[in-house]
Design a protein around this ligand. Sequence first.
Ligand SMILES: CC(C)(COP(=O)(O)OP(=O)(O)OC[C@H]1O[C@@H](n2cnc3c(N)ncnc32)[C@H](O)[C@@H]1OP(=O)(O)O)[C@@H](O)C(=O)NCCC(=O)NCCS
Length: 170
Amino acid sequence: MRGWPEGDHTPAGRVLVRRCTEADVAALESGEPPGSGYVRGACARQKEGAVDFLVVLVDGAPVGSAELTHDDPPELKNLGVDEAARGRGLGAAIVRAAEALVEERIPTVAVGQRALVVGVGLENPRAAALYERLGYERTGELSTTTYTYVDSSGITKTATERDEELIKRW
Ligand SMILES: CC(C)(COP(=O)(O)OP(=O)(O)OC[C@H]1O[C@@H](n2cnc3c(N)ncnc32)[C@H](O)[C@@H]1OP(=O)(O)O)[C@@H](O)C(=O)NCCC(=O)NCCS
């Protein structure tokens, strides 16, 4: 499988997408605002069996992540790649690895019975464009999510986001 688990050699370096391990946590946390707790939370969700917490590594260094839920259909959440590493196909590599994991979970089904869902903020057309290039279709299903996050200066804020659901079936 491309990018999972052996890794691909690309101009960006050796790219590997796999589940997060304890060894990745310090490096992932170093890119977080102080007090964010996101990486610890995602690791805890993975331990509980609610998600696969996927990380993309370039030459062994984690530079991005996403969570693949175990819902039916599964959802890919919180996709993010470090700003300095964007535009080199790493976001797409995480999405493809998530699709490969879905295939691993559901090995034999009729075409069109596997599905992966993503929610994309209405104010994020570039992310929507990335997903559409990868075969995801807009559904017109809108949802409103209110969440708290820690900004780059360590201040906890609340935000409300309108998302559209995109889905890929294969
Ligand atoms: C979206 C994101 C994960 C893509 O990662 P990436 O490694 O740059 O992705 P790829 O190199 O595989 O693909 C590049 C495409 O991603 C999209 N993209 C690039 N920068 C982006 C940004 N700042 N925000 C959203 N999408 C972006 C564009 O469609 C881009 O294609 P283009 O250069 O032709 O416009 C990354 O930009 C990111 O972390 N953005 C901030 C968080 C976010 O918006 N997450 C998506 C939530 S649904």
